[in-house]
Design a protein around this ligand. Structure first.
Ligand SMILES: Cc1ncc(COP(=O)(O)O)c(C=O)c1O
Length: 435
């Protein structure tokens, strides 16, 4: 393997060629700028700008002074959900309870519509009206509505609208696995922001933005995995931080909005230039209804529309019809309320059962999960629980960049008697492991 070239463009092409030919592999470190400049007989700035180009083209990643390495675009972390057919009792999947999801086929049958053809508006006007009413008051007053294929899809497209590979994105730590995966695939670098029980720590967010993060992804409630929500005061503090960085792209992932018991508090300051509030229907209507509503500033919305036009163009009007049908059905709205109450009951039951056994959980107030923070690696406990029939998700999935300690327990389908059995098994497992 020999890197050649006497200009930034030639060095870039040489390294890219070596990667394409398989001579340089993912994870392999490139020579230091100083060494390569010396061996090629060129100025250090020339090598440095070749490396910058490699990073922005997604070929390499840089860790500042720690060097530049070849990137593995295919390496993904864990994903949400569990494999079907697993014989363990699933407390790992992060899924809603299928019993509480509406019958979409029936909803569609009640809304016969002509087939949508090329040229149809990307957003169904009725869904747009519902979305405007849903978003109004929760973000800056001037906004456009777009529809994406779920919250994860929206986040991915929004990042692609404004960022280039190598850019840093401030994320909660611990963080939702798909957000970390999205950054990885796009060649973006997560800038972890520590959390306390009330959400992102404002001073840490300030530091991440001051150190060049171009965007921030925030979960205002039902944070995954901790379940925490931003109260009024924390949201105001974060808004204050963001108002000092008006160019940062602010993505608010309010994925649990339809089922939330916590109030929503806006973090997007009035002077933010690039922002989006994303609300998904996955948890209330089912993850197969891949649809999220996006409210954003004019410029972001135009960029998002361009990206949609170049790809799927629109989210299927059948899905849009199904969502309209659900949102306007009193029976389904009552069902969503029922699911919200059921999830809240299940969360507080499991937390109480664990507390009675001396096991502390995060004061999570919303979401489908209960988070059990730990002092040490959760993996031995996750394995011990699996031996006793329980599938749980260890902290390794959520830490940015290194594993965090804790276990996430999905409560959505956990009936009361199973919750008691689980609490007993967990207490016994912790005793055996001397935790
Ligand atoms: C923070 C967060 N965002 C987004 C999603 C998924 O949203 P969607 O299914 O609309 O992509 C989840 C699912 O658990 C989540 O926890």
């Amino acid at each position: 393997m020999e890197i050649v070239g006497n200009s930034a463009a030639a060095i870039f092409e040489s390294i890219r060629g070596l990667v394409q030919a398989g001579h340089l592999r993912a994870g392999q470190e490139l020579p230091t700028v100083r060494d390569l400049a010396a061996s090629l007989g060129v100025n250090r700035n020339t090598v440095s700008s070749a490396y910058k180009r490699l990073v922005s083209a997604g070929v390499a990643t840089t860790q500042g002074r720690l060097g530049t390495t070849i990137r593995d675009p295919m390496r993904l972390g864990e994903a949400e959900g569990s494999r079907p057919g697993c014989r363990l009792m699933d407390l790992a999947g992060g899924n809603p309870d299928p019993e509480w999801l509406p019958d979409i086929v029936q909803v569609l049958a009640q809304r016969p519509q002509p087939a949508a053809l090329y040229g149809a508006p990307a957003v169904h006007p009725e869904l747009e009206a519902l979305a405007i009413a849903w978003m109004q008051g929760d973000c800056p007053p001037a906004f456009q509505i777009d529809i994406a294929g779920g919250a994860v899809d929206a986040v991915e497209r929004l990042l692609a609208c404004h960022l280039v590979p190598g850019d840093k994105v401030a994320v909660e730590n611990p963080c939702f696995v798909s957000s970390v995966n999205t950054l990885r695939v796009a060649g973006l670098q997560p800038a972890p922001v520590g959390m306390d029980g009330k959400g992102m720590i404002p001073a840490e967010l300030e530091a991440a933005l001051a150190q060049g993060a171009q965007a921030v992804i925030l979960t205002p409630r039902a944070q995954n995995p901790t379940g925490c929500a931003l109260g009024a005061r924390r949201a105001a503090e974060i808004r204050g931080v963001l108002s000092r960085h008006p160019n940062a792209l602010v993505i608010v992932d309010d994925h649990f909005a339809m089922l939330a018991t916590d109030r929503y508090f806006n973090v997007i300051p009035a002077n933010a230039r690039r922002w989006a509030l994303v609300r998904s229907v996955s948890k209330a209507l089912g993850p197969d209804l891949r649809l999220a509503v996006v409210a954003s500033d004019d410029h972001t919305s135009s960029a998002l529309r361009l990206r949609l036009t170049a790809g799927t163009h629109w989210v299927s009007h059948l899905l849009q019809q199904a969502v309209i049908g659900c949102l306007t059905s009193p029976a389904i709205n009552a069902r969503i309320e029922g699911a919200r109450d059921r999830y809240a009951e299940r969360r507080s039951l499991l937390r109480r059962l664990l507390q009675e056994r001396g096991i502390a959980t995060a004061a999570s107030t919303d979401g489908l999960n209960v988070w059990m923070p730990m002092e040490t690696d959760s993996q031995p406990l996750v394995l011990e629980l699996a031996r006793h029939g329980w599938l749980t998700r260890g902290g390794a999935s959520f830490g940015v960049p290194s594993p965090c300690h804790g276990v996430r327990l999905t409560i959505s389908s956990l009936a009361a008697d199973d919750a008691v059995r689980f609490a007993d098994d967990l207490a016994a497992a912790m005793k055996r492991l001397a935790l």
